[in-house]
Design a binder for this molecule. Structure first.
Ligand code: ACO
Length: 409
């Protein structure tokens, strides 16, 4: 297909041969026009636009439009899109009863996996994945309702009443109000904080064929409904090696801080380098980026802005994160393995400063990634080569043997 790409199907055809590639280190599973990453340069483009320009010149709903439709909206298109999404921000009242079935201390990702999957039980007019109209309306519903569901999961966990969406606010301001307003007190939105949340959404909106996106594609390839496919993505994202890393990165910083702070970084790095310890520097390393994650650079900037706006410039965790980053970037272990901070290294500090509890970080990532999952699902279904995903395996188990009667085993 290209100088670095071999089309294995043409090479092996029906010969019965196949490639062995655990973890898909050398396998492209699809063609895609959505997101481009150059891991060596540390470059990320959505539909050709650099992430730096999108994060500084566009808002999240413009980015959603771009990912779904292929180009940025003009003012008319943007207005229509915002209106459409805004019309769908409420969730069916009955979803509340479903949510109330969870324990209050359930992890928000357990709740989100259930809630997103349950949407398919409420919206029967948007469950046929092979019908473009169904997919379109499911896309709008998912993008519109994710902030409402995440905020509901949060409010339920802390025992506060749900706050209904306020459609006169922007997507991100509305989310923050649903999180932090109470029936007793209105939430004063702060532009710097709203912009920071919006930026977190933009930076997490898509990232080509990562584990959760591949899960969504594989799940959708069976012809299941869009809500079920996105729920599968939410479940996959939960893992600490993927979306759960922001939660793990912040917990790591809190632990180091509690055990002596900056003074103890050297000891911590020694543990990370000890192969028997299983300790990793969370928020560092990436399968594709072998250079600074461009999202981490933007997040670091946002971190400065948010802490300054809140008068937290001397936040000890931020200082610790910067010191840890500096030491790791100069250490031979990290240099040799090309391990750099990823987006999760700083996003946790931003969210914590805004008042978002650590346990909600991955749910917020899922909220942002929903649009990417949908765009990828649409692209797969529109591809004439689309087939059910069915990897092969290299069987290394027992050869054929006979079952003995139970008394003889
Ligand atoms: N801390 C310490 N060592 C690391 C780290 C880390 N964070 N990441 C990788 N390494 C080491 C590995 O031990 C391995 O060393 P070795 O060659 O001596 O055996 C080497 O670097 C290569 O690592 P792999 O695990 O082969 O890299 P892979 O591409 O499979 O993993 C991953 C990438 C899962 C992201 C890994 O770097 C990691 O676990 N990082 C911490 C979790 C994290 O931050 N995840 C977020 C990813 S970004 C996202 O989902 C938004």
């Amino acid at each position: 297909i290209g100088p670095d790409v071999i089309d294995i199907r043409k090479l092996y055809g029906q010969t019965g041969k196949f490639t062995y590639d655990p973890g898909f280190l050398s396998t492209a599973s699809c063609n895609s026009t959505i997101t481009y990453i150059d891991g060596d340069k540390g470059e990320l483009l959505y539909r050709g636009y650099p992430i730096e320009q999108l994060a500084t010149q566009c808002d999240f709903l413009e980015t959603c439009y771009l990912l779904l439709k292929g180009d940025l909206p003009n003012p008319q298109q943007k207005g229509d899109f915002v209106k459409l999404v805004t019309n769908h921000t409420m969730v069916n009242e009955q979803m509340q009863f479903f949510l109330r079935g969870f324990r209050r201390d359930a992890h928000p990702m357990a709740v989100m996996t259930g809630l997103v999957g349950a949407l398919s039980a409420f919206y029967h007019d948007s469950t046929d994945i092979n019908n473009a109209q169904h997919r379109d309306i499911a896309a709008i519903r998912l993008i519109a309702k994710m902030p409402t569901l995440v905020a509901m999961a949060y409010k339920y966990g802390i025992g506060q009443p749900f706050i209904y969406p306020k459609n006169s606010l922007s997507y991100s301001a509305n989310f923050m109000r649903m999180m932090f307003a109470t029936p007793c007190e209105e939430y004063e939105t702060n532009d710097v904080l709203v912009r920071a949340i919006d930026r977190i959404f933009i930076l997490h909106a898509d990232h080509e064929q990562n584990a959760s996106t591949s899960t969504v594609r594989l799940c959708g390839s069976s012809g299941t409904n869009p809500f079920a496919a996105i729920a599968a993505g939410v479940a996959c994202l939960w893992g600490p090696a993927h979306g759960g890393a922001n939660e793990a990165a912040l917990s790591m910083l809190v632990d180091i801080q509690r055990n002596g702070g900056v003074e103890k970084i050297g000891e911590f790095i020694r543990q990370v380098k000890d192969k028997n310890s299983q300790v990793k520097l969370m928020g560092f390393g990436h399968r594709v980026y072998k250079n600074y994650d461009p999202r981490a650079k933007l997040m670091r900037e946002t971190c400065h802005e948010v802490l300054e706006a809140l008068g937290l410039e001397n936040d000890p965790l931020f200082k610790l994160a910067m010191a840890l980053e500096k030491i790791a970037l100069e250490d031979e272990y990290f240099v040799a393995r090309k391990l750099y901070p990823n987006v999760d290294f700083y996003s946790g500090i931003v969210q914590r400063a805004i008042g978002i509890p650590v346990s909600l970080f991955t749910a917020i990532f899922a909220l942002a990634r929903t649009v990417g999952w949908i765009a990828q699902l649409n692209e797969m279904i529109g591809d004439p080569e689309y087939k059910i995903g069915r990897p092969r395996q290299l069987y290394v188990g027992a050869s054929q043997r006979n079952v003995k009667p139970i008394g003889e085993r």
